[in-house]
Design a protein around this ligand. Structure first.
Ligand SMILES: *Cc1c(COP(=O)(O)O)cnc(C)c1O
Length: 382
């Protein structure tokens, strides 16, 4: 058994990144400034996107986007239930109704087929999720959305560096990325909004800083009027330069992180092929680059979530950390009590919600760590 604990995720921070953060701290400019502008430009260029806005989190980006799309009472927003709670919380807080699309049982992603029957006259937005680092099948979803005149906003929190049919996620359309410490690249807390719609970008940029249209850096450094006026009431979701400089360092290493994650994931897949009870996700068949944000497996023979809980605890006793991405949103207390969806309403979501488990995967792991995880799983399953 392992003597030290293997967490399921750990950020990889270099000495150069630490030094760059220290330099910003000493520079006299620590909030939104030159490093934020450079981070936006770097990320935009990396994804070959039309425009980028750095934000304090992906959740902040989702809040601003819902505001920009004018989502409010009476509106419906289609999204999966197997996602992080933030999207559904914000839809609810906006006074709108979340409408849950079921997912493919083995990719955990929604498709045009599961979204299409949910469209109604009230549907104002579709928010699909690129799950675990894999790319959604975007083309049919985009076609469905544009035929119906409904905007599509991609939750790309897992998809920094993911490619769909030869293009980075975010290269076209609208996408929100997260730089929370468990994601493929981090800046502590942070997010990025990418879009190919200049009007939408301008609105997000304005809403992220009080609705002023310019931020403190624009006002002080770029010579714009310090008396900038509120164009519409906005929020305070700008990223700091302390965070942005870390984000720039991480972005420069993102491709090497993904290479390392891919190597580890392939080792998992090879070893797991011998363990019948454990079902990894099925990588999509269409052309893509998987960023391997998470290595998710399902306990095929588990009867319920309690058995999955026992499995996770048994691994923890053997010094192996695991994660849960995610417990379905409609099964959480508030949404159970308010939405009252009948069990069985979202069969693939519910089956996975009770059986998924994320195994350790991060760039500083060794192949031997994967061996330790597999050995612990074999012990636990006998
Ligand atoms: C992490 C995550 C978010 C939220 O990102 P934050 O930067 O923490 O706000 C949104 N959606 C999904 C699918 C996520 O995994």
């Amino acid at each position: 058994m392992r003597t030290d604990f293997l967490p399921f995720s750990k950020p990889s921070i270099s000495e150069a990144e630490i030094a760059a953060v220290a330099e910003v701290l000493r520079s006299g400019w620590i909030t939104t400034g030159p490093n934020c502008s450079a981070f936006e430009e770097d990320f935009q260029n990396y994804c070959r996107a039309a425009g980028a806005v750095a934000l304090s989190s992906a959740t902040a980006g989702m809040h601003l986007a819902l505001k920009a799309y004018g989502i409010g009472p009476g509106d419906e927003v289609i999204t999966p239930s197997l996602t992080w709670v933030s999207t559904v919380n914000l839809i609810t807080l906006a006074g709108a109704t979340p409408v849950f699309a079921d997912i493919d049982k083995d990719t955990l992603m929604v498709s045009a087929d599961t979204v299409s029957p949910l469209l109604s006259a009230r549907t104002k937005l579709i928010i699909p999720v690129h799950f675990a680092g894999a790319a959604l099948e975007l083309d049919p979803l985009r076609e469905l959305a544009s035929e119906n005149g409904i905007p599509l906003l991609e939750d790309a929190a897992h998809a920094a560096g993911t490619e769909y049919r030869g293009k980075k996620i975010g290269a076209s359309g609208s996408a929100i990325f997260s730089f929370h410490p468990i994601k493929n690249m981090t800046c502590g807390e942070g997010g990025m909004f990418l879009a190919d719609d200049a009007g939408l970008l301008e609105q997000i940029r304005r809403l992220k800083f009080h609705g002023l249209g310019v931020d403190a850096f624009d006002r002080n450094v770029q010579g714009r009027a310090p008396q900038a006026e509120v164009l519409e009431p906005g929020y305070k979701y700008n990223l700091t330069d302390i965070a942005a400089v870390l984000g720039r360092g991480q972005l420069a290493r993102l491709d090497s992180f993904i290479e390392r994650r891919t190597l580890l994931a392939e080792h998992y897949l090879e070893l797991l092929a011998e363990i019948d009870e454990i079902a990894p996700l099925r990588p999509p068949a269409y052309p893509q680059r998987h960023a391997w944000h998470l290595f998710i497996v399902r306990l095929k023979n588990a009867k319920n979530a309690a058995e999955r809980q026992d499995f996770m605890e048994a691994l923890k006793k053997r010094n192996i950390g695991t994660g849960l991405h995610f417990k379905a949103v409609h099964e959480q207390k508030f949404y159970r009590e308010t939405l009252k969806l009948k069990p069985g309403f979202l069969p693939a979501t519910e089956w996975n919600s009770a059986r998924i488990c994320s195994l350790p995967l991060f760039p500083d792991m060794e192949l031997g760590d994967v061996d330790d995880v597999i050995n612990a799983i074999k012990e636990v399953l006998v």
